[in-house]
Design a protein around this ligand. Structure first.
Ligand SMILES: N[C@@H](CCC(=O)N[C@@H](CS)C(=O)NCC(=O)O)C(=O)O
Length: 213
């Protein structure tokens, strides 16, 4: 069986979990606690799985490991093409990936705990400075995503969720945990509200994970 190294609260792990649930692929969760005891991601046992020390990582039956949530989603899409997570039309597909990369490449790395911990520990940033920092980057990223959303249900207006919805839902869970004010992004909030009713998104929700606390 596939193994997903995941932390229930991790937005990047949430993306991989939604994709697995949407495609109905069974897997075993291996919880990697990012905060306990200096972070299990930093221990040799997990570094042997993912030398970068980040979650998620997907281990295949033969022991091969795939890291990076978007690479995991791309792999799943290639080996289990149905249901599609990338729209068929080239422009819709480009837009879905544009939303996904805005979140995964432009927002997430800047608000990630390892980044904000570095600001605090090495650059003397206090709580107010850290809050201003992540608000700046979540805000500008979500403002861009807001302009790329076409639908009022799923992000691209189709009848099925795509990688764009996956990334939006995972990002909003983190934004809410950080008490980020979402009132300036009504389309993003509407897409999240719609997608999170889908059973696969419910299954992948942080609080429905075996390692949830
Ligand atoms: N770009 C990566 C991001 C992975 C990532 O940064 N995961 C975070 C949790 S959301 C993590 O493992 N942080 C632990 C650390 O940096 O020490 C992906 O999409 O998989």
């Amino acid at each position: 069986m596939l193994k997903l190294y995941s932390f229930f609260r991790s937005g990047a792990s949430y993306r991989a979990r939604i994709a697995l649930a949407l495609k109905g692929i069974p897997y075993e969760t291996v919880g990697i606690h990012l905060a306990r005891d200096g972070g299990e991601q930093n221990k040799p046992a997990y570094r042997a799985v993912n030398p970068q020390g980040r979650v998620p990582a997907l281990e295949l039956e033969d022991g091969t490991v795939i890291t990076q949530s978007l690479a995991i989603i791309d792999y799943l899409e290639t080996v289990h093409p149905e249901p599609r997570l990338y729209p068929q039309h080239p422009l819709a597909r480009a837009n879905a990936l544009s939303i996904a990369f805005t979140i995964a490449a432009d927002i997430h790395p800047l608000q990630n705990t390892s980044t904000t911990n570095y600001l605090a520990k090495h650059l003397n940033a206090d709580e107010a400075a850290i809050k201003a920092w992540y608000q700046r980057w979540i805000g500008s990223g979500l403002a861009a995503v807001e302009t790329k959303i076409i639908g009022t249900g799923y992000a691209l207006g189709g009848s099925d969720p795509t990688i764009a919805d996956i990334c939006i839902v995972a990002q909003l869970a983190t934004a809410r945990r950080l008490n980020f004010d979402l009132s300036a992004y009504p389309k993003v909030v509407a897409v999240d509200a719609h997608a999170t009713r889908h059973p696969a998104f419910v299954k992948a929700h942080p609080l429905n994970q075996p390692d949830a606390e």
